[in-house]
Design a protein around this ligand. Structure first.
Ligand code: GDP
Length: 318
């Protein structure tokens, strides 16, 4: 079997780390990029004991020259574009940076793929946020996007760029429209990790209060290490297509909090406050997924549902 080479842009993040581990286990040569590969700590890769197995390279996604040179050097068969500002909440503070990194970054990647002599398969990290409010209906791959944050708008635009390059130039490019996916590598700015870490500290005797925003929102929370396999499967198909990746189960944030505290024999109501500080200017209340396409075509479905996601986050190292 010929050994394949993959380039993971944004290898320092949660998904980058798990994808690197997955591809290495499949025998890939893995390159991983960061904005400053010499200066980056690659903390997650160290936690996963992968630091010596990933060839690191600098890519500034907004700078076409940097993208093109890196793709020439790594000469990948597959590119996974996971870079870019990834928090919806932060996108209200950094709208321009969010749009630049996602939209211009994706555009530069696609242009470079188009210009390279060797055919490259391209995966783009899309997001369920692009759908906006679907009025409680499960979103499918046919559901139109009505983005409600700078992040959602950036992800929707990148999705359409991928679509256009696929149609116009025949590039094997696709977008995984991933719903929220969590793990111990999730940074603490995301609500699940914020809850898990606070619940653990309170369980150990901390007297702190956990202050959250809107507890009525609902999300489909999955297990990130499983989701990277779906990314890879998309690039192994005979035809490039976009897929929703989710568990198919939607829960409120209040349920997440309750279960996390209950697993530590705590009553969440004794420890949690709400504050407008953590509420967003516009909020996606319910996020729901129709997961049938991924099941039918990729043969992929989520094994880890909410209860186990929480259990794993409380007990696993990564
Ligand atoms: P993202 O919205 O996909 O970037 O993921 P988050 O984990 O940041 O937020 C998920 C949902 O939890 C959003 O609807 C937030 O408004 C809601 N939420 C409620 N309280 C908090 C909080 O204290 N921090 C964060 N990050 N989100 C919160």
């Amino acid at each position: 079997m010929i050994q394949k080479t993959a380039l993971i842009c944004g290898v320092g993040g949660q998904d980058g780390g798990y994808l690197a581990r997955f591809l290495i286990s499949k025998g890939y040569t893995v390159w991983g990029s960061s904005r400053d590969a010499q200066g980056a700590s690659f903390h997650n890769l160290k936690l996963l004991a992968l630091a010596s197995q990933v060839k690191t390279i600098t890519i500034q996604p907004e700078d076409f020259k940097s993208v093109f040179i890196a793709l020439k050097k790594a000469a990948p068969d597959e590119v996974y574009y996971l870079a870019g500002q990834s928090s919806v909440g932060l996108s209200f503070e950094l709208p321009a940076e969010t749009i630049q990194s996602s939209v211009i970054g994706t555009l530069n990647m696609l242009e470079a793929c188009k210009l390279l002599d060797k055919p490259v398969k391209f995966y783009n990290a899309g997001s369920s946020e692009s759908f906006g409010n679907t009025q409680g209906l499960a979103a499918s791959e046919q559901t139109p996007f009505i983005p409600q944050s700078p992040y959602a708008l950036a992800k929707a635009s990148a999705y359409w760029l991928v679509n256009n390059y696929r149609d116009a130039y025949g590039i094997f490019a696709c977008t995984g429209i991933l719903f929220n996916h969590e793990s111990p590598l999730r940074p603490r700015r995301f609500v699940t990790q914020k809850i898990i870490q606070a619940a653990k500290r309170i369980h150990q005797g901390s007297k702190e209060r956990l202050v959250l925003g809107n507890l009525d929102i609902s999300r489909d929370w999955g297990w990130a290490p499983e989701y990277v396999e779906a990314m890879w499967l998309m690039l192994q198909q005979p035809k490039a297509e976009d897929f929703i990746i989710a568990t198919g189960q939607t829960n409120t944030l209040e349920e997440f909090v309750r279960i996390a505290f209950e697993k530590l024999n705590l009553n969440w109501r004794d420890h949690v406050d709400q504050s407008a500080e953590f509420m967003r200017p516009t909020e996606l209340m319910v996020s729901k997924a129709n997961v049938s396409k991924a099941k039918d075509i990729l043969g992929w479905s989520a094994k880890t549902k909410l209860d186990l996601v929480i259990e794993n986050m409380l007990t696993k190292d990564f």
